[in-house]
Design a protein around this ligand. Structure first.
Ligand code: COA
Length: 166
């Protein structure tokens, strides 16, 4: 049973992330999508909200029964070890992702030789996408339906309405 983890901030999850998860399910027996509790970022959605959204979205995938959704704090390699994962999945969208990803992969390898970082390329439709862009479009009332599933789009709308009321 080969387990891989797919860590990220997922604020919020996009079609690009879902594309990577879908691809990963074809390579591994079990995928654990895990939301990082990252003190350096000030996310729009709480960890629980992000976990909820991801759970709902992955339920639509063919391999839903082999995907788990959790959150983690601390080093990703420690979390991976605790889950007996053999790989950390990362998406590579463009050359601009490479340097940061290369650095993380090498640091993680120094910390834990046994855990490989596996890079997957999302569908070319999604190479321009990231969560900040989606948040910005939603903030100004733009249509995000090409970027995120309907549930995420409606929660984004609700979140910004709440923020505007405060
Ligand atoms: N489709 C769309 N967007 C994607 C994407 C894809 N396939 N892959 C990445 N992105 C976007 C994300 O939406 C995010 O956008 P944003 O910056 O606008 O919010 C951005 O790319 C960064 O993505 P993410 O995958 O969430 O990475 P991250 O840098 O926020 O998180 C961790 C990286 C959590 C894996 C890393 O910080 C970590 O491992 N932390 C734990 C501590 C640790 O072990 N540190 C040592 C590691 S060297």
């Amino acid at each position: 049973m080969k387990v891989a983890i797919y860590p990220g901030t997922f604020d919020p999850i996009t079609y690009g992330h879902l594309d990577i998860i879908d691809r990963a399910t074809r390579l591994f027996d079990r995928i654990i999508v895990t939301v990082a509790r990252n003190p350096a970022k000030q996310p729009l959605f709480s960890v629980d909200e992000r976990v909820f959204m991801i759970r709902q979205c992955v339920d639509e995938l063919e391999a839903a029964s082999r995907i788990e959704v959790e959150s983690f704090e601390g080093l990703i390699v420690d979390y991976a070890r605790s889950k007996k994962a053999v790989a950390i999945i990362r998406g590579l969208r463009a050359v601009s992702d490479f340097e940061y990803e290369f650095q993380m992969a090498l640091v993680n390898r120094q910390l834990s030789e046994g855990i490989a970082t596996v890079f997957l390329m999302p569908h070319e439709h999604y190479t321009y996408l990231n969560s900040s862009i989606v948040r910005e479009v939603a903030l100004f009332g733009g249509d995000v339906s090409n970027f995120v599933p309907p549930l995420v789009a409606s929660l984004l709308k609700k979140k910004f309405q709440q923020k505007n009321q405060n």
